[in-house]
Design a protein around this ligand. Structure first.
Ligand code: 5GP
Length: 183
């Protein structure tokens, strides 16, 4: 589904699927180079990171392992609740492994800082963060992402894995929603 298919639901297309794809390929190249000769475990944060994980790992030219975590974040609204809970834990023991967390978006950084703290206590060899999108508030949070797809304005966006009330994850572009969708 692309922006033209649901244009009545959208206010503004921020990034086209081509722009996203091009950036994902650049990041894959960077990650390949940085982790050359080292085992890498990519940890995706469900459900938002499913698209970026799938595209990023397939664009890479070296081996990696993939595991998933699910943590609570926004519920069905558009504001961070501040409550973070593990809904699904990793199946991999990450002790001594090089871990790269793959996130869809960092807004306040609350979710990610909890996740990093939690994973650090399991004593991986290294832990880094890749996020497809980052909002301005994230810059002031304690979380540092080594790989960032795009810095975007402080607006609620959907598409490329990001939902509103469970919908729009399969939108290939990244867009803001028209006001009527919220009412
Ligand atoms: P944070 O804890 O950084 O404030 O929020 C992180 C999580 O909130 C993300 O993983 C994502 O699930 C959700 N989130 C933050 N901003 C947006 C947004 O603009 N759109 C959507 N759909 N989800 C967002």
């Amino acid at each position: 589904m692309d922006a033209a298919d649901i244009s009545e639901d959208l206010a503004h297309v921020l990034l086209s699927s081509d722009q996203v794809h091009e950036r994902v390929c650049e990041l894959a190249e960077q990650i390949d180079a940085d982790y050359a000769g080292r085992d890498l475990l990519m940890v995706g944060v469900l459900n938002g990171a499913m698209m970026v994980m799938s595209d990023l790992t397939r664009a890479m030219k070296s081996h990696c392992r993939i595991d998933w975590m699910a943590i609570s974040s926004y519920g069905s609204g558009t504001k961070s609740s501040g409550v973070v809970r593990i809904l699904k834990d990793l199946t991999t023991d990450i002790t001594g492994l090089n871990v790269l967390i793959v996130e869809d978006i960092i807004d306040t950084g609350l979710t990610l800082s909890y996740l990093i703290q939690n994973l650090r206590s399991r004593e991986p060899a290294s832990i880094e963060v890749m996020t497809m999108f980052r909002k301005p508030d994230a810059i002031t949070s304690a979380v540092e992402a080594r790989y960032v797809g795009f810095d975007i304005p402080t607006e609620f966006v959907v598409g490329y894995g990001l939902d509103y009330d469970g919908r729009y994850r399969n939108l290939t572009d990244v867009a803001t929603l028209a006001p009527h969708v919220y009412s």
